[in-house]
Design a protein around this ligand. Structure first.
Ligand SMILES: C[S@@+](CC[C@H](N)C(=O)[O-])C[C@H]1O[C@@H](n2cnc3c(N)ncnc32)[C@H](O)[C@@H]1O
Length: 140
């Protein structure tokens, strides 16, 4: 599905309900964006967008690599990518993403920021999940 939602035609913004990779490829020029805030699927952690969409972690990382490189292309040299991820759940895909970004030098990892949530997600056989994390990444 591809859809553009205009909440207020007087305002200079749009919401696109569209595949992020094709959106960047078809709508965004290279070196044109200051900030990207991404909360992509985490891989079999939270929703229908996570389960069954990717055959395995390898396929998930291959897909992540495509959108990360597109994000790098469209960001200005001074640009920032905030990449949300779920930490503390197997198969630790946030950590795998961070290592891939570092090893393949996609972005500079400026910081790994942890937010303490006031309410956690209960777990009978594990510590309560009361945190969310994002990577603060810069292009240069
Ligand atoms: C971890 S959730 C983010 C939830 C969001 N931060 C919120 O609070 O509602 C991942 C989201 O990515 C969306 N998604 C999955 N594949 C996508 C794609 N190829 N392009 C754009 N969005 C995608 C899913 O529909 C899902 O809403």
């Amino acid at each position: 599905m591809s859809r553009v939602l205009k909440l207020d035609s007087n305002k200079n913004y749009s919401f696109y309900n569209i595949d992020a990779i094709s959106f960047m490829k078809n709508h965004l020029k290279s070196n044109s964006i200051d900030l990207i805030i991404a909360d992509p699927p985490y891989f079999e952690i939270c929703g229908e967008f996570d389960f069954g969409k990717f055959k395995d972690v390898k396929e998930y990382l291959a897909w992540s690599k495509i959108w990360l490189l597109e994000a790098k292309r469209v960001l200005k040299d001074s640009g920032t990518l905030i990449l949300w991820g779920g930490v503390g759940h197997k198969p630790l895909t946030s950590a795998r993403l961070a290592i891939m970004i570092e090893d393949e030098k996609f972005f500079n990892i400026k910081n790994w920021v942890t937010q303490l949530n006031t309410r956690g997600i209960g777990a009978k056989t594990n510590y309560m999940s009361a945190r969310e994390d994002f990577l603060f990444l810069t292009k240069s």
